[in-house]
Design a protein around this ligand. Structure first.
Ligand code: 3H9
Length: 722
């Protein structure tokens, strides 16, 4: 007979007792996902008390934790509440509260089964780790991970201690240092979950397992693992080796600019030599100290800025997006193939067109190879990979274009060629198809002029390599229809990108702010600063690569062309240096032809700076500048230009500016984006430095009017987050 325990509606957790099994259902009212917030902790505390005291039903023999929210089991601690932390003690107290709750869960008198369908991230996975047994659904939405380092913190509810004890140090560090998320199958492979089952039978299997555990007919795999930990890792010296390699990896990736991964290593290493309670102490202290660092605050800002850009409420007010099932891509080069692969990976059917059969075939191969590589990494099965690659078809005609919901042109960056393609495509598609251009420099209004339905034309600026780069810059011209913008935004989200919408202007947003930064790097070369010094200064400021390396990656001919377009539009401050002209005249195009600022071997592997460059550009390397000076000239040049784009209405919000700079061009995430940087540094302090640069180097450093205004008023870009 099922005993029911009544719950008031609106509670975040419900418990029913059915035949001796307590079914705990999580469903936070009014929230899109379950998060561990104060109300959830209180409700769980109450439920645990009732189970501990046998108050709910003395006959309860086991429990199951389920989520009623589609797509989420538990998305972790409530990140919104991190903004309330004023001191390390505040954050440490939150960590200790979480730890205490999970300690009680782990030591409950009855076994508990975590029945995970949807994401179990951060604190969510930590809840699962404190359960006796973990079953995951095979849904693609089910993903498990500890992504806390991406927020500048360490797991704070036992994750740093329970995960290495369960799956071994190396595997646990790999997950915690990268924030990587595993689907059910891979989580089982890693030893995090005990079983993977289809979604439809998850609750029934969980009940059965709970029953079997209660009867002693089953033992969790995790328990077996705990008794025989990874023997290799216990060999003398092995553990030290793992940690020293991990530390080296972190330093080379972060240059020591991010405190969380280093602290994580310390907490895990020391914790393993102590008992769980002492390990948890170390964890709580680290969580507390890290949560209030400027780095963590910037990363939390970026989490909310990125989420807000994805869920842009302003869009819904204007028009509804159309559903995107099929797209067509014109131009099967590297970008076209990348757009095709990213779309197919998200379930969209793709026609990839090029003029010549060889080019179409090459693009098809590139797209399919990308899909196969990524699918294999996720351990997809053969038939799943075939289904994925079958979604992309190559063509030399416009066949199949009539049924495309979106067409993206990705042909060579040439105005008249693109206009011709737009006219040709328009003749094959209906009025309900979005016509997007992947141009990085040509004004969208110029392209729209060629169209008979200019309202369907929009810029869809992807970044290279498309499958990896998370930003989609959507550019509207004054006549773009609302549904075209809304559909483009939804399409971007569908293929896993974070879209920002900007207005049509030379360079749009990303290239507009990159351009003066790159030009300044070229000016430094002209002044005689060494290539590697410029790069080292900027990677030391937090960019993933320096500007000189970036020139080679983008292609010197491409950079030269883009530089000239922006110089024509902003002649007062973007004078192109002669460096690029000389390099291109010398036949240097960067990595793609193996000749650039750096040397390349036959396989295209980057070597050392090419000393012959100084003769080519006519400036011997004769000057040494302090790193801070290089960083200030380049860094502030970009920040100032970002402010100008907001002031001119290219950007719709400071938030989009931060998202675009970080996700599109590698602005250091721990600095939160150009606008967050100004808020944190203080507009008045930034203005003072700009004025000093202007006095020394001339009007290209003239401060943006918006900076002057903010310095005078003290108004911040993000008043609610400071
Ligand atoms: C942690 O757990 C620390 C612990 O170790 C210890 C503590 C003591 N908090 O992204 P979406 C909101 S750190 C607050 O559009 P999707 C999000 O803002 C945490 N809010 O959906 C958005 O709000 P709105 C570790 C959250 O389907 C809405 O939910 N966990 C949280 O594309 C929908 O989100 C993470 O880092 C949260 N934890 O993706 C996971 N999560 O509707 C962070 C979501 O107002 N979250 N929201 O715009 C994610 O990765 C994705 O949001 C998720 C859903 C995959 C869950």
């Amino acid at each position: 007979m099922a005993t029911m325990v009544s719950e008031e509606t609106g509670a975040p957790v419900h418990m029913d007792v059915e035949d001796g099994i307590a079914i705990i259902r999580l469903d936070q009212p009014g929230k899109p996902v379950n998060v561990i917030s104060a109300d959830l902790v209180t409700a769980m505390d109450d439920i645990l008390r009732r189970l501990e005291e046998g108050e709910a039903d003395a006959s309860v023999r086991a429990a199951v934790i389920l989520s009623e929210k589609k797509g989420t089991w538990i998305a972790g601690a409530d990140i919104e509440q991190f903004k309330e932390f004023r001191t390390p003690a505040d954050a440490e107290a939150a960590s200790r509260a979480g730890q205490r709750l999970l300690d009680r869960l782990e030591n409950l008198r009855v076994p508990v089964v975590a029945a995970i369908d949807g994401v179990a991230l951060g604190g969510g996975l930590e809840v699962a780790l404190a359960c006796t047994y973990r079953i995951a659904s095979d849904s693609p939405k089910t993903r498990l991970g500890l992504p806390e380092v991406n927020l500048g913190i360490v797991p704070g509810a036992g994750g740093t201690q329970r995960l290495p004890r369960l799956i071994g140090v190396r595997a646990a560090l790999d997950l915690m240092l990268t924030g990587k998320q595993l689907d059910g199958r891979r989580a089982r492979g890693a030893g995090i979950v005990d079983e993977v089952v289809p979604v439809a039978i998850l609750p029934a299997v969980a009940r059965q397992v709970a029953n079997d555990l209660a009867e002693g007919r089953k033992e969790p795999r995790g328990a077996a693992r705990r008794r025989s930990p990874q023997w290799m890792e216990n060999l003398p010296g092995m553990r030290q080796l793992i940690f020293s390699k991990a530390r080296q990896g972190v330093m080379s990736k972060t240059k020591g600019l991010y405190p969380a991964p280093l602290r994580l290593l310390e907490v895990v290493e020391k914790g393993l030599d102590r008992d769980l309670a002492e390990g948890l102490e170390l964890e709580a202290r680290a969580f507390g100290e890290l949560a209030v660092t400027p780095e963590a605050r910037s990363l939390v800002h970026l989490f909310f800025a990125t989420t807000a850009a994805k869920n842009d409420p302003a869009l819904g007010e204007t028009a509804k997006p159309k559903k995107v099932d099929r797209i067509a891509v014109v131009g099967a080069g590297f970008m076209g193939a990348g757009i095709a692969a990213a779309s197919a990976e998200s379930g969209i059917r793709v026609r990839l067109k090029d003029v010549k059969p060889e080019a179409a075939a090459k693009g098809l191969k590139t797209a399919r190879d990308t899909l196969i590589k990524r699918a294999k990494r996720k351990k997809a099965r053969g038939f799943e990979i075939t289904a994925l690659t079958d979604r992309v078809e190559a063509t030399t005609e416009y066949t199949g274009f009539h049924s495309a919901d979106v067409v993206v042109e990705a042909v060579f960056e040439d105005v008249s060629l693109k206009q011709t393609v737009i006219r040709d495509v328009e003749a094959k598609i209906g009025a309900g198809t979005v016509l997007g251009s992947n141009t990085s420099t040509i004004p969208i209004s110029t392209l729209a002029e060629a169209a008979s339905r200019p309202e369907n034309v929009i810029g869809l600026h992807f970044f290279s390599p498309v499958e990896k780069m998370p930003l989609l810059e959507i550019i509207t011209h004054p006549g773009t229809a609302g549904w075209v913008t809304a559909t483009s935004h939804a399409f971007g989200k569908q293929i896993g990108k974070t879209p920002i919408i900007v207005n049509d202007a030379p360079g749009f947003y990303a290239n507009r702010i990159l351009s003066p930064y790159m030009a300044e790097a070229a000016l430094l070369l002209e002044e005689g600063v060494r290539m590697e010094e410029i790069d080292a200064a900027m990677t030391g400021w937090g960019y993933p690569v320096g500007p000189i390396t970036l020139y080679d990656e983008v292609g010197l001919d491409v950079a030269q062309k883009a530089g000239k377009i922006l110089a024509a539009a902003f002649a007062d401050r973007m004078r192109p240096s002669s460096v690029l002209d000389r390099m291109v005249a010398d036949g240097r195009q960067g990595r793609k032809n193996g000749r650039g600022f750096f040397t390349y071997d036959e396989d295209g592997k980057k070597g050392t700076p090419d000393e012959s460059v100084y003769a080519v550009i006519g400036s011997p390397a004769a000057k040494t500048l302090p790193r801070a000076e290089i960083q200030e000239r380049l860094g502030l040049m970009m920040v100032n230009e970002a402010l100008r784009t907001l002031e001119e209405g290219v950007l719709r919000s400071a938030r989009d500016g931060d998202v675009g700079a970080v996700l599109g061009i590698g602005f250091p995430p721990f600095r939160g984006g150009p606008f967050w940087y100004v808020d944190q540094t203080g507009a008045a302090a930034v203005l003072e430095r700009m004025r000093a640069l202007e006095a020394r180097h001339g009007p290209r450093f003239a401060p943006a009017a918006l900076l002057v205004e903010r310095a005078a008023s003290g108004e911040r870009f993000f008043p609610d987050e400071s």
